[in-house]
Design a protein around this ligand. Sequence first.
Ligand code: NAP
Length: 487
Amino acid sequence: MSTETDLLQRVPDSLFIGGRWRPAEGGRTLDVLDPATGERIRTIADASPADGMAALDAAVEAFPAWAATPARERGELLRRAFDLVQERKEDFALLMTLEMGKPLAEARGEVAYGAEFLRWFSEEAVRVAGRYGPNPEGTGRMIVSQHPVGPCFLITPWNFPLAMATRKIAPALAAGCTVVIKPAELTPLTTLLLASVLEEAGLPAGVLNVLTTSTSGAVSEPIIGDPRLRKLSFTGSTAVGRKLLEQAAQGVLRTSMELGGNAPFLVFGDADLDKAVDGAIAAKFRNIGQACTAANRFIVHRDVAEEFARRVTERVSGFTVGRGTEDGVTIGPLINDDAVSKADSLVRDAVERGATLRTGGEAVDGPGTFYRPTVLSDVKPGSEILQAEIFGPVLAIVPFDTEDEAVRIANDTEYGLVSYVYTESLGRGQRMIERLETGMMGLNVGVVSNAAAPFGGWKQSGLGREGGVEGIHEYLQGKYTLTPDPF
Ligand code: NAP
């Protein structure tokens, strides 16, 4: 039996509810496809709204005991899960390549990043602190304590199947919350494998429940509308995030929203171009361009724009497109046909408006949903590619003349997730920290994600932070208590 078939058969094919693996209501199933071949790789349970309610029931029932479990125990369980993910890192990497398409080397990178949230929050679990002190009048003592929010609903996207799950599950469990998680229909297998690892690590029944479904809206809405739910944490597009915020408003739910991006990548005339080109390749082509943090607009000083375009084109022309399991492949498939059509239409619009196509610019014949890595230079203002999230391997260069103009272009978007700046000037770097409207910045660095850092956006890129010392607070609520002066 091949490694792939063997691995796929070891991935659970059921819902995980109340500590039991069980089929969906009526035995409904959905197929998971390999985007590199278009072939079915696994058939799994397809949850109904009733299954969704059963998962919430289980999370509600498990909450009091889990909240009362000592933080050290919760942390040690997460640490065991970290060790188990490490032991199975090749399984997790291959599984993500199979269901999502990213090259194996990148999938290994995601396992390292995704596992780190389990370790980080295993350490943060025991560091939840409060405060105690006299009130200013001297008439009483003020106590501020932190408490788990309650049962949480976690919704994750397809582009980072492991990391987006651990980035929510780990802080929630560390804080003492129980969860229902719903991965994307396109990439549910990694979450199922992760659930089996957490089960093996000793997680009590009902603390984590997994719903895989082809009807995300119908399954999610009753959960979000249930008064027993206390928190919604979502990663995905801004459009869906807005819709879920409306639903969450009915119950005034706590929410965390990690939404879309349109990252500017600024290259100033004094930048080290070698570093800028390396950073550009990482910031653009990681995950085949399908990252919320992907650089979307390369805003490059006119003096160096031609040289920058020449060098990135040389690098991009050397990429190997193919199935992510094959040696040497740097660009895997896009997630589906819609993603290919979207990238292609953005490229066409930019070229029609006067951009220069340097390389790529077309889909690759099937099977699979591939798009050639593309470089566009001299992209004109008003082009759709400057406003939309590309989510594909297309690098679009816009020239600028002054620092003010670069800042204006960079901030001219409803999004504010991350920006990248290349300059050798400390003063300019500091000015960019002050002036760019994004929740994160890479200063002479092309990848910023780190479990120890507060990940999150400004403007319509979201609400709240994941990772860092901030991450656990998304799953805690404070209580202020006043007691009389004891003397
Ligand atoms: P998406 O279409 O918004 O879907 C995200 C998740 O929401 C999936 O699980 C999806 O399930 C579910 N969903 C869709 N409609 C829903 C509804 N009406 N009710 C409840 N759940 C619903 O986004 P995507 O295409 O998967 O992911 C790409 C987007 O995520 C990009 O915009 C990217 O920037 C963003 N993203 C942001 C971050 C961040 O940290 N800021 C990180 C990664 C990705 P189904 O697919 O099964 O319907």
